[in-house]
Design a protein around this ligand. Structure first.
Ligand SMILES: Cc1cc2nc3c(=O)[nH]c(=O)nc-3n(C[C@H](O)[C@H](O)[C@H](O)COP(=O)(O)O)c2cc1C
Length: 188
């Protein structure tokens, strides 16, 4: 399985890093793109070195490298996940603007009918954000907000992050035990 992972400039870059960590131990090829603002937010929100993050991926591309294989529809990939996805990147994709590698690869995923999963993080959401998300959802894009649940009794930030990563893996059809699934049991 070959998956493109893009980290864009929204809060919650840890989600993208954690997805890479999980997939690094699976039989999955990961193609990573990190936007310039995401790089700044990684240094603000995490202790991670960019080289550590890059080491988790199979291949890394610059967001301005429009000659990368993933910019072409002829290059096969199974899915793309933008995690977290800024409202700017989401708006560009919703409007067919493909002026960097992330938005171009997403444009390719949509036109080729491949799985595209966006993990937006913003609050509150404006009517523009909601209209863009609706437009994409109608095209079959999975809108998976970074909005963790609490029924699995999280006790650490890692539990909240892993809930979202588990939902992404569910969408990708990858088995995991990152969170306890609701079984219908009534908690005491
Ligand atoms: C610290 C920080 C946090 C941000 N958080 C968000 C956010 O949660 N959601 C969002 O849509 N934009 C957020 N932004 C704004 C985006 O980074 C900005 O719109 C940027 O142009 C996005 O570019 P990119 O999508 O190419 O990474 C944040 C910016 C900074 C500096």
């Amino acid at each position: 399985m070959r998956i493109i992972i893009a980290i864009t400039g929204a809060s919650g870059v840890i989600y993208g890093i954690r997805l890479l960590e999980i997939l690094a131990n699976r039989d999955v090829e990961t193609y990573l793109i990190v936007s310039e603002t995401a790089k700044k937010i990684i240094s603000i929100e995490t202790e991670h070195d960019p080289t550590y993050i890059e080491s988790l991926a199979t291949r890394v591309f610059s967001n301005d490298d429009m000659t990368a294989p993933i910019a072409s529809g002829s290059f096969k990939f199974d899915a793309m996940v933008i995690i977290p996805c800024s409202m700017k990147t989401l708006g560009m994709i919703a409007n067919g603007i493909a002026d960097n590698l992330i938005t171009r690869a997403a444009d390719v995923a949509i036109k080729e009918g491949r799985k595209l999963i966006l993990v937006p993080r913003e609050t509150p959401l404006s009517a523009i954000h909601l209209e863009n998300m609706l437009k994409l959802a109608k095209l079959g894009v999975v809108i998976l907000p970074a909005c963790p649940a609490f029924y699995h009794e999280p006790s650490k930030i890692r539990d909240l992050v892993d809930f979202i990563i588990g939902k992404v893996l569910d969408q990708l059809g990858i088995e995991h035990s990152l969170f306890k699934r609701w079984s219908g049991e009534v908690l005491p």
